[in-house]
Design a protein around this ligand. Sequence first.
Ligand code: ATP
Length: 464
Amino acid sequence: MEKITSLAKRRGFVYPSSEIYGGLAGVYDYGHYGVLLKENIKSEWWKSMVQLRDDVYGLDSAIFMHPQTWVASGHVGGFNDPQVDCRNCKSRYRADHILEGFGIPADKMPLDFLNTELDKLRAEKKLVCAKCGSADITPAKSFSMMVTSNLGSPVDSLTEENVMYLRPETCGGIYLEYKNTLDSLHPKLPFGIAQVGKAFRNEIAARQYIFRTREFEQMEMQYFHNPTQTKELYEMWKEVRWQWFLSLGIPAEKIRWYKHEKLAHYASDAYDIEYAYAFFGGSFKEVEGIHARGDWDLTQHAKFSGVSLDYFDEETKIRFVPHIMETSVGLGRLFLMFLDNAYTEVGEGDNTRVFLKFPPKLAPIKCAVFPLLKNKPELVAKAREVFALLRKDFMCEFDDNGNVGKRYRRQDEIGTPFCVTIDFDTLGETPALKDTVTIRDRDTGEQQRMSISELTNYIRSVIL
Ligand code: ATP
């Protein structure tokens, strides 16, 4: 954990938010390389979910939504997590997470159950604060995860009916734009709507770096379909999402399916994809949920808005409320997964080489360009020329600081797959090698010579 968080900060991937003011728990900022990595993950998701499909449309809905949205969805009444406090040091914990730490399945279990199990641990003197060791722990109580705002009204006039929430998940916007999508784009079932955006949750214990934050990005797709097709479509989406992880270099043995035994009353199936984070000592944790949600969402919104959200099937002449299945993944959790999977150390002691073995598609910088020596203007000018050529097509970096070995180390730590060096042969010292450069591979450290005119096609062939 320490190795990854310190590299991510030192190399400009992730910073604690508001650090000069002492930080803000559960909130993080992404630096230059972090933004680039995040954008690459998003665009791979978008490509697979929208660009390469005929049946999924894009959306960017607002973070603020009509307050009734969250009453209809059940969030206002029931989006709670069970909280316990340490009376001694005031630390807060998720009661279900404490129980799960003792091997007791507690996800989404009622408070009564949690308190009975906590009492058993208390009686065995096993219930103690992880921070200060005190056994003075409160019973579990419900804590709303909804983040409120004062948008549009003075704070003191806020009531349960007019409070404006910051959305706790992006799919709420998708349900509300189902009708506009249907009326404007006229898709036939089954079809999906995908969006990427911020969500906010008042997490009780956001102490897991970017894995669990209070402000985070989600990438969600809701697939509207005829319920007769739920089974086959569910298998299709499970397979699509599983393959996406593999296609980006995640080894099959590091991911697994987790089947939810306790389903929401409207759901017919719910699986998560879990990844074994070395960051968390190798334990499997949820990255993505793939859930068959029945007709709950559209039925609720039709009921609360008074607007019909039926679908009329022209062929069968049957009118019905489409069922929904969703794929929902957190960008921060994916970011941490790719960082975790890429982190590589070879060699020992002072000879340890650290590099981030990102699949080239995801690497923040595709190619770094160096002049062999900084104080030879002809080398620098030629290197600038090559840099200007490559950056038109790829995110590239020019570096003439320190010696070449140091520059390689820096690029290794940000995961750059290729480093191109301009040397005296490039300038024609060996006439046969004029206008050729060395290109070094991040993973093997091996170099090959290649003509400048071949570089763009070569790099493109590897990163696509
Ligand atoms: P958990 O059980 O870990 O709290 P969840 O089951 O509540 O997660 P969902 O509501 O299904 O999560 O959200 C879908 C996805 O959004 C999750 O699989 C995860 O990738 C991401 N996600 C949810 N909450 C957070 C958070 N606080 N920080 C970062 N990502 C999150």
